[in-house]
Write a new protein. Structure first.
Length: 552
């Protein structure tokens, strides 16, 4: 299926806002007509007074001015509310798509997009889209509608003066076309460099202490400033485009105002038109060039939003690495069973296989150690077993069910992956336990935490400030609560003290009984506690060397 284009994405996000969009269009048309009526009614009042009429006779026109202004103000408030509501609905749909793309639908997306780039998409680019949907697009539509109403009114009142006004528009249009041609690439470069700067800053913050410890902090700052200077260069390029366009617009407006006053004054002297028409044109010029000035400002923001939308679309259009089967029935996973890889081949790039014909069965109740050098493919095995990706060939099964035939959400509940670094999520320890085991009661969570951590960790502790070992204890407590059918442990006790490690191993022995368990292990004592061990070497399983041999 062809990935949707950026504009198609916007239409999809706005699909549920159809009635509000129709209402907004009607409000914009009526509101702009009321705004355009103000100079017309004012001119009629001036004509009446200049022709010897009384103030009482002009009162209906003046009341009309007040009424039109009141209606325009009220509809402006309604327009603002509708625009904000529609924008938030669109952004909610956009955020759902983005979070789906970087979450359960595509767990490995961070390996194709730097974390800083994804952070920029989720924050800076989404915010640019918010400004466009909430402010820029409604203002552009309203400014265009007002411009049309005013030009029609001018044509009815005086074609000659209308021609004078419109004579300046070709210069504005030529400048606008040039502005768009220059500013489009400038804004695309600006968003790209901004994302790169945010990414570099994020990565530098994570590595700041290491850089200082190695005496490379000056190099780190130099690299960051070089990246910032590149971003600043793209900002200046966009600014130069703006600074060439806006002064031209102001200059054309000034010349047109002078021409209308001079020519209109001469026509008034010869009684070709009334004074009220000149007054109407003088007031309406602000409604012609005011929208053009605003239009240029909002188009400026719209260009930035278009570049942001391209970046958002690039993430949303990422092909899903996992999905619920659509062409066959979804099969449930059994309560217990063997965890299997059958002749699995997988590669992150076509020319470099990470796994090459791996076959492995972990029986229910068996604990298997998977060992091997760094880069051998151990983490890839773990990712396939929890279906963060699908194999290029072969199959991954639990209890005889191919993981591609079941619901990805059920895999997460049945096969639990325990990372070595624990979980660094915002909130308290209790929040983390409720997230990982939502069906467990508060007392059960506290009991599991005490069983694993003793008095070292409490439910009210901030999860982000825990020491590495304590953070791992929280995840292991969640294992006790979740009671999964299979568990994958990535050196789950590597960061723990020996006495704490022994406590955790005892707790895990109780909860893992009858489960299929794969332990990614480097330490000999971890391998020794398993029922058997397999060695992964450059994507292939090898026999484990005999105990006590030099090779081992």
């Amino acid at each position: 299926m062809t990935a949707p284009r950026p504009r198609a994405l916007v239409r999809r996000w706005a699909r549920g806002s159809g009635p509000r969009l129709v209402t907004l269009a009607a409000v914009v048309l009526v509101g702009s007509a009321a705004t355009a009526a103000v100079p017309l009614l004012t001119g009629r009042a001036v004509d009446l007074l200049a022709g010897g009429g009384t103030v009482e006779g002009a009162l209906p026109f003046l009341a009309g001015v007040a009424g039109a202004g009141g209606v325009a103000a009220a509809l402006l408030g309604l327009r603002t509310w509708l625009a904000h509501r529609i924008a938030e609905d669109v952004l909610a749909a956009a955020r759902r798509d983005v979070h789906s793309a970087v979450g359960a639908r595509n767990p490995l997306i961070s390996e194709r997009h730097p974390p800083g780039s994804l952070l920029s998409v989720l924050t800076v680019d989404v915010d640019a889209l918010r400004i466009a949907c909430r402010d820029a697009v409604p203002e552009i539509v309203a400014s265009t509608a007002l411009f049309v109403w005013v030009v029609v009114m001018m044509l009815v009142l005086s074609p000659v003066l209308t021609a004078v006004v419109l004579a300046g528009l070709p210069f504005v249009l030529v400048a606008a076309v040039h502005f768009r041609r220059v500013s489009g690439p400038a804004y695309a470069d600006q968003r790209r460099e901004l994302a790169a700067t945010v990414g570099r800053l994020t990565e530098d913050l994570h590595g700041a202490r290491t850089a200082v410890a190695l005496g490379r902090d000056d190099d780190r700052r130099t690299g960051l400033m070089a990246r910032h200077d590149r971003y600043l260069g793209t900002e200046f390029r966009a600014m130069r485009a703006r600074n060439r366009f806006f002064p031209l617009l102001v200059g054309v407006e000034g010349l047109v105002v002078v021409a209308v006053i001079c020519i209109g004054g001469a026509m008034t002297i010869t009684d070709a038109i009334g004074l009220g028409i000149v007054v109407t044109f003088a007031l309406a010029l602000g409604q012609v060039f005011g929208p053009l000035r605003q239009l240029s400002t909002w188009v400026d923001l719209l260009q930035a939003a278009a570049a942001a939308l391209d970046r958002i679309a690039a993430v949303v259009r990422e092909p899903a690495t996992i999905a619920t089967p659509a062409d066959r029935p979804v099969r449930p996973l059994p309560a217990t069973g063997d965890l299997e890889l059958d002749d699995v081949r997988f590669g992150y790039t076509p020319d470099r296989p990470a796994l090459d014909g791996v076959t492995l069965r972990i029986r229910a109740g068996e604990r298997v150690a998977l060992t091997g050098a760094t880069g051998a493919g151990k983490s890839t095995v773990a990712r396939l077993l929890v279906r963060w990706a699908d194999p290029g060939s072969g199959s991954v099964r639990f209890g005889g069910v191919d993981l591609r035939d079941t619901d990805p959400a059920e895999i997460g509940r049945t096969i639990l992956f325990v990372p070595q670094e624990g979980l660094r999520l915002p909130g308290t320890v209790g929040d983390i336990l409720r997230l990982l085991a939502p069906e467990a009661s508060g007392s059960a969570a506290e009991q599991a935490l005490r069983e694993v951590a003793g008095s070292r960790v409490h439910p009210d502790d901030d999860a982000r400030t825990l020491a590495d070992g304590h953070a791992q204890l929280v995840v292991l407590a969640a294992v006790l609560l979740a009671d999964p059918a299979a568990v994958i442990l990535d050196e789950a006790t590597a960061a723990l003290d020996p006495d704490v490690s022994a406590r955790v191993d005892a707790a895990l022995d109780r909860v893992l009984t009858g489960r299929a368990v794969l332990v990614i292990a480097h330490r000999p004592e971890t391998v020794a506690r398993c029922d058997r061990a397999v060695l992964l070497d450059r994507g292939r399983l090898r026999p484990v060397p005999a105990a006590g041999s030099a090779e081992q």
